[in-house]
Design a protein around this ligand. Sequence first.
Ligand SMILES: [Zn+2]
Length: 204
Amino acid sequence: MNTFENKVVKSNKACHCCGLIHQMHTLRSNQRSLCTRCQSVMDIPRNHERSQGRTAAAAIAAVLLFPAAILLPILEVEQLGHHHQSSILGGIIELFRNGNYFVAVVILVFSILLPLAKILALIELSWLCTLQQRHRAWTYRLMEQIGKWSMMDVMLLALLVMLIKLSGLVQFHFGPAVVAFVLCVTMSMIAAICFDPHAIWESP
Ligand SMILES: [Zn+2]
């Protein structure tokens, strides 16, 4: 471990292809650094402001869509002449009331709390920047872990549809929350893709 690493702007970096160590320098916008041995691209100039801006815009769009996704009806069920609408939040409350605590907690955690935590973490990292550098790095690592579980919301939706189809007797169609839900998931995915973790370390 290089004990001087916090004192230099750019540190040493190994070529990802051949492993030769190079001392890295700050690049101008039209420069790129190549490995002296194998000519692989070592570093390209990064526009942190642009990537942060895109991340923030997509994450804010996701957070604005979130209430619509969980509060508007996601399923409209027709069962024996009765018309029944249910939102994600309403469905969770109903599950709690009926004593299905496990399923209710699973849906609450994976389709509301974790995706929301991920979006809020992205907003903090790309826009608010209230945390110290070290805490931002910690937030980023936590967000990466959360991200692995965020695919669960798509799976939950599939499970929901499967359960209703299995019950056979009901006719259903999707409510407006599906559009908000899909857009919200898409926006949070775009935010995560646009985010450049280098910005955590290279911003002043
Ligand atoms: Zn190389």
